[in-house]
Design a protein around this ligand. Sequence first.
Ligand code: BTN
Length: 235
Amino acid sequence: MLILLNKQAILNRLPNAIHIDIFDEIGSTNDYLNTFTPKNQTPRVCLAEKQTKGKGQFDRTWQSPAHHNLYFSLLFPTSTPIHQLSGLSLMAGLSTARAIEETLKTDHKFLIKWPNDILFEGQKIAGILIESQFSNGLTQLVIGIGINVNMQQANSMDIDQAWSSLQTISGYYIDRNILCASLIRHLFADLAHFTQKNGLSSFMNEWQTRDYLFGKPVKNGIAAGINIQGQLLIG
Ligand code: BTN
């Protein structure tokens, strides 16, 4: 089965319209949105069926084979100063985990390995790459999220860490349009809280319920949660 990405199918599930660009193939959905200058003050989503230069954290490549997964970027301009945005990538991880659970209609908790790998039973399901530019008093965030949706081990290229996909976990094909709409809804609700209230403060309790590393040995000790800036605490 293959259900292509479809703008109207996504918009039908959203309370408000948003600009969505969908490409069959692109270098990187983050790079595309990075070309918009901070003069463009409205949010915008970019999706692609395939990325040829998908970017991961630490200059890694994000393997992006056609049709199986969600390659999603959200351009979000905000007047919130950049120093108040620390921890935003953790918030995006929480939004992503909730959107996944809502789409799968599961009570099973998806955990987050600090700072923002979404895991299921220790295997990576999704990753987040946030980039930002600042000019004329406006921070232009690009929140890039890659989710392994219907990818099977046979479709995968060389992925150098343990991973799984939503289809493998649930046993059924997932419509990426439904997942994408859920992701947009959760991100917008969370971004409103984060930018208009107190950053991560209203997300600390949820973080504790999804903190994969808590109590586990890390580089300099034992992971002991996060502080309000989203930094990892070591006990
Ligand atoms: C990670 O290394 O875990 C972060 C992966 C982020 C991948 C997404 S896919 C959509 C967006 N476009 C990119 O080039 N990267 C992000």
